[in-house]
Design a protein around this ligand. Structure first.
Ligand SMILES: NC(=O)c1ccc[n+]([C@@H]2O[C@H](COP(=O)([O-])OP(=O)(O)OC[C@H]3O[C@@H](n4cnc5c(N)ncnc54)[C@H](OP(=O)(O)O)[C@@H]3O)[C@@H](O)[C@H]2O)c1
Length: 252
């Protein structure tokens, strides 16, 4: 199989300016892909586009806004006319015990991680055809016993269900749909989204490493390799799977 698996392919990475999304966007471009990245932060978007490489289109788009999503699809249609690979990766994290969950917190996370992710894929279908591939970023959180993780876990478990149903509905159109579910991975997410003091973040990191059979955090490039595999024609007979990249948590 060629090491330019994405030559002549238009690849859209929703949430491509940080962490797993940025690692994946760089890897798609390194293998010949014409890459579009999205995110909310114009500064990191601009820097990420430079890192991904010449010709990268960086579009500010909030996945929780359906108007932004419509504008994104129109911009990709105008520039490239189609989407071959869609990587729906945008996500935020939060922790709250069941009794502490508010509707605001629930909606804030679900609007991005589940509702936003679903509509990103639904809207992109207008530009996708036979041979297309969609990959969602799930999480080990969707299957783990983790007190305090109810909001995030429910969103990611919902996303897994979304992917399976989409895979069923699209199989005859020749569009594959899969999930990559990372375990604890060293990205800005843990510091950015949890609103926790540094000591608590450090304790959380240690707890996650302890719970991981390989006794370390993953690296976003390790997740990106799984994303690229499922997105590529190498995975031509694979649809509807949830591939855990988690140092053995789900499998052992
Ligand atoms: N790191 C882990 O341990 C881990 C484990 C399991 C699953 N995951 C999942 O992996 C995915 C990537 O996370 P990461 O760890 O790489 O974290 P990250 O570095 O914080 O990246 C998150 C990405 O999502 C984007 N994003 C967040 N909210 C958005 C919104 N409303 N609209 C558009 N883009 C938005 C961010 O861009 P802006 O900031 O510019 O909006 C950024 O590109 C997420 O779905 C996360 O749930 C991570």
């Amino acid at each position: 199989m060629s090491n330019m698996r994405f030559k002549d392919k238009v690849v859209v990475v929703i949430g491509g300016n940080s962490g797993i999304g940025l690692s994946s966007a760089k890897a798609f471009a390194a293998e010949g892909g014409t890459v579009v990245i999205t995110g909310r932060d114009p500064k990191t978007l601009e820097a990420a586009a430079r890192e991904v490489g010449e010709g990268t289109l960086a579009l500010r788009s909030d996945v929780s806004s359906l108007a932004d999503q419509d504008a994104l699809i129109e911009a990709v249609r105008a520039k490239h006319g189609r989407i071959d690979v869609l990587f729906v990766n945008a996500g935020i994290g939060t922790f709250a015990p069941v009794r502490g969950v508010t509707t605001e917190l629930w909606d804030q996370v679900h609007d991005v991680n589940l509702r936003g992710a679903f509509f990103a894929a639904q809207k992109a279908l207008a530009l996708m055809g036979r041979g297309g591939s969609i990959v969602f970023t799930g999480s080990i959180g969707s299957v783990m016993r983790a007190p305090g993780n109810v909001i995030y876990a429910a969103a990611k478990a919902g996303l897994r269900a979304v992917a399976r149903i989409m895979a069923c509905e699209l199989v005859e159109e020749g569009i594959r749909v899969n999930v990559v579910s990372p375990g604890a991975t060293e990205t800005p997410l843990i510091n950015r989204n949890l609103d926790m003091p540094p000591e608590a973040v450090q304790a959380l990191r240690e707890m996650m490493i302890n719970n991981t059979p390989m006794k370390r955090m993953g690296n976003p490039d390790e997740t990106a390799r799984a994303v690229l595999f499922l997105a590529s024609d190498e995975a031509s007979f694979i649809t509807g799977v949830d591939l855990f990249v988690d140092g053995g948590v789900a499998g052992l």
